[in-house]
Design a protein around this ligand. Structure first.
Ligand SMILES: Cc1ncc(C[n+]2csc(CCOP(=O)(O)OP(=O)(O)O)c2C)c(N)n1
Length: 330
């Protein structure tokens, strides 16, 4: 049975870190809201797969990782890029297909990464990033370094063959990797009960010989605690963990999807569990967040988003021959 942690036993970071986590939650939300507007204005070259509503997972999982640790984000994990250190302007330029983006205008954000920041560029095939993520963790093992890999995927991806191969390999070699499942109840239009015959994706870890943990994916501290413990375990050489975060995506699969396959009532219920005000109220009750600090934080984010957009808009599109640059490792 997967472990479910008691809320009263959660590890709580120091106040300055809590405030920084709130900053990231709000930055990621503001960034993605701006992208939705961009999509409506026709400024985006590829699809936008909004992670609005799921921010507590990317922030909780990535906050506190070392630069050398690798993350393997998927299509709904733009926020992970921001928390791992990609400047918002550079990420917006990436999404607009501009030269100052991570892949210098070669694609939208889906396949971009940054080796120096420890971000692996993902492939499109669902689940296919997991054996590769296990491969990165295997390299860390061979090199005898204590870096860790955090690999993201949805519950839909957990039904693919690659998922099982990746977890099996990780279990056999006790790799330093944390598999973070964002279970948002729908894989495109497929509801979770048509996706799997078990209640929790975390159940699947038992088949590969390592622990599966379930946490509330809309509770930043719950995610940070669960992934933090799994990262510490991996760093100490104790092997992989699967952390399943229960959550919900507010938008459709991508911005063109009106998501008619779910009810308005269900959406409203989940919106009432918005991870941002929940965490903000917690900080206010704890007297860590004052009105003045909050106003300063919101002003800072608004300015950063404006600057990011301006940076991306002024960045040029690449010239044709640049398509052939950086294709092979030097
Ligand atoms: C092997 C494979 N099958 C289908 C697709 C098309 N596809 C892209 S995302 C997606 C839904 C993914 O659902 P989930 O893994 O739960 O992640 P979510 O989008 O809910 O975050 C599908 C079917 C794909 N990219 N790869």
């Amino acid at each position: 049975m997967p472990e479910r942690r008691d809320k009263r036993r959660l590890a709580v970071p120091p106040d300055d870190q809590l405030l920084e986590m709130l900053y990231y939650l709000k930055l990621v939300r503001a960034f993605e809201e701006r992208l939705s507007r961009w999509a409506r204005q026709g400024k985006v070259l590829g699809g936008i797969f909004s992670g609005i509503g799921q921010e507590a997972i990317v922030v909780g999982a990535c906050y506190g990782l070392r630069r050398e640790d690798f993350i393997c984000p998927l299509h709904r994990d733009l926020g992970a890029f921001l928390v791992k250190g990609v400047p918002p302007g550079r990420l917006m330029a990436q999404i607009a297909g501009k030269r100052d983006g991570l892949s210098k205008g070669k694609d939208s954000y889906l396949h971009s990464g940054d080796n120096a920041l420890g971000i692996f560029g993902n492939t499109s095939m669902l689940g296919a990033n997991l054996p590769v993520a296990a491969g990165i963790a295997y390299t860390f093992l061979l090199e005898e370094v204590d870096h860790v890999v955090v690999a993201f995927f949805g519950e839909g991806a957990s039904s693919t063959g690659d998922f099982h191969e990746g977890l099996n390999f990780a279990g056999i070699h006790r790799l330093p990797i944390v598999f973070v499942c964002e279970n948002n109840l729908y894989a495109y239009s497929v509801p979770v009960e048509k996706q799997m015959a078990v209640a929790d994706v975390a159940d699947r870890a038992a088949a590969y010989g390592f622990p599966g943990v379930v946490c509330n994916g809309n509770d930043l501290l719950a995610v940070h605690d669960a992934v933090g413990r799994a990262v510490a375990r991996a760093r100490a050489g104790e092997g992989p963990t699967l952390v399943e975060c229960k959550t919900y995506r507010w938008h459709g699969h991508s911005e063109h999807d009106k998501a008619f396959y779910r009810t308005e009532e269900e959406l409203l219920q989940w919106k009432s569990r918005d991870p941002i005000p929940v965490f903000q109220r917690y900080l206010q009750d704890k007297k860590v967040l004052t009105e003045q600090t909050l106003a300063g934080l919101e002003q800072r984010i608004a300015k950063e988003i404006e600057e990011a957009e301006a940076f991306a808009e002024q960045s040029p599109f690449p010239e044709g021959p640049e398509a052939l640059e950086d294709l092979y490792a030097p």
